[in-house]
Design a protein around this ligand. Structure first.
Ligand SMILES: [Zn+2]
Ligand SMILES: [Zn+2]
Length: 360
């Protein structure tokens, strides 16, 4: 290489230029300075030669790395710090990298999911440290890596082995006596980020919202990742979802089921009064129309109240005596139609087997 000739400058490309850019620049320069086009001018011929020389050196990865390393030692230290952030040394190992996609959960109560609307989500995202551009080293303390002599690459033994980033300097060709004060040498900082989301009314658990380009920032010019927000609906202590309807299990005492009662039941909008008709059976569903979840086509589902008749436990003597009175002749009495039908069906089965009817 000729002394003091900057091949990058000759081709007019940055030191981080990928091979395609170098090729394109060479074609442009070679056409412009071709001796045939310039009437055999000595100056043009000289420039044409320089272009070819620059291209031959920079188009090949190995000769380019060697050239970069030599350029490094020729440049004065003060110039280096300035050039550093243009990715002078080991620049080709610092590849453009797309940011990762991120996944975060947005936790909503059942009430919030029914209403929908705007919600804020805060999370932490990793980003290249701006102070050191991901080098992790304090710029004023940088010096060429002794292990790779500033080349940033390491060649495993063997003719066919491909060069790899130098493990001592991470392919940067530079090492520093002290770490970057912002990222403590990691090269990456954590930024807290807040996004605003629009959640539809009636969203379901597991529903995913996609925010393009809101994921991890790309590195060295790479595109940012996407953000996926998964809606998680926190279990409600009393209400559960069945499609557009809501279901409520309502325990009532036997007396309320027998005689009827009016009770308070929870809904998405607070408590409402519900009348339990006299003679309500265990497991019967009572319907509060329009008290369910919003439907996608408009309107709302219902709130279904399943009556769970609770059998009293731990009775005192007095209560047991009262229940004993109620039980007298209960099963066969007309007030228990299901029990009566059961007895009749059982008697029929016995008759088919030729056994005498129970009790005569
Ligand atoms: Zn190194
Ligand atoms: Zn840093």
């Amino acid at each position: 290489m000729s002394e003091h000739v900057d091949y990058y400058q000759v081709l007019g490309v940055p030191r981080t230029a990928p091979i395609e850019q170098i090729k394109a620049a060479y074609r442009r320069q070679a056409l412009r300075h071709h001796p045939d086009k310039n009437g055999g001018s000595g100056e043009a011929e000289e420039r044409f030669k320089r272009c070819s020389e620059a291209f031959t050196t920079l188009a090949d990865a190995t000769t380019r790395a060697a050239y970069d390393a030599r350029l490094w030692t020729e440049l004065s230290p003060s110039l280096l710090v300035g050039e550093l952030f243009a990715g002078l040394t080991g620049g080709r190992w610092r590849r453009r990298r797309a940011g990762r996609d991120l996944r975060h959960e947005l936790r909503l109560t059942l009430e919030q999911s029914a209403i929908g609307g705007r919600h804020r989500l805060s999370f932490v995202v990793e980003s290249v440290c701006e102070l050191c551009d991901g080098f992790g080293a304090a710029a004023e303390q940088l010096s060429p890596c002794a292990e790779c002599e500033g080349r940033g690459e390491w060649r495993p033994p063997g003719v066919l082995a491909l060069p790899r980033p130098c493990p001592h300097c991470g392919g940067r060709g530079l090492r520093s006596r002290s770490a970057c004060r912002r990222c403590a040498g990691v090269g990456v900082v954590e930024l807290s980020r807040e996004v605003e989301l629009r959640v539809r009314a009636g969203s379901v658990d597991g529903e995913t919202l996609t925010l393009l380009g809101q994921g991890e920032p790309g590195r060295h010019g790479g595109r940012a990742g996407d953000l996926y927000v998964i809606v998680r609906i926190v279990n409600h202590p009393l209400l559960s979802r069945r499609g557009d309807d809501l279901l409520l299990e309502l325990p009532v005492g036997p007396a309320a089921a027998v005689l009827g009662d009016t009770v308070e039941v929870p809904t998405l909008e607070g408590e409402v009064r519900l009348r339990i008709p006299a003679g309500t059976q265990a497991g019967e569903l009572l319907r509060l129309a329009g008290r369910g979840m919003p439907r996608s086509g408009g309107g709302r589902g219902d709130l279904l109240v399943r009556v769970a008749v609770e059998t009293p436990v731990e009775l005192g003597d007095e209560q047991r005596a009262l229940w004993a009175q109620l039980a007298l002749g209960a099963a066969g009495a007309p007030s228990y139609p299901r029990a009566r039908r059961f007895d009749e069906a059982l008697a029929l089965l016995r008759a088919q087997r030729g056994e005498p009817r129970d009790g005569g």
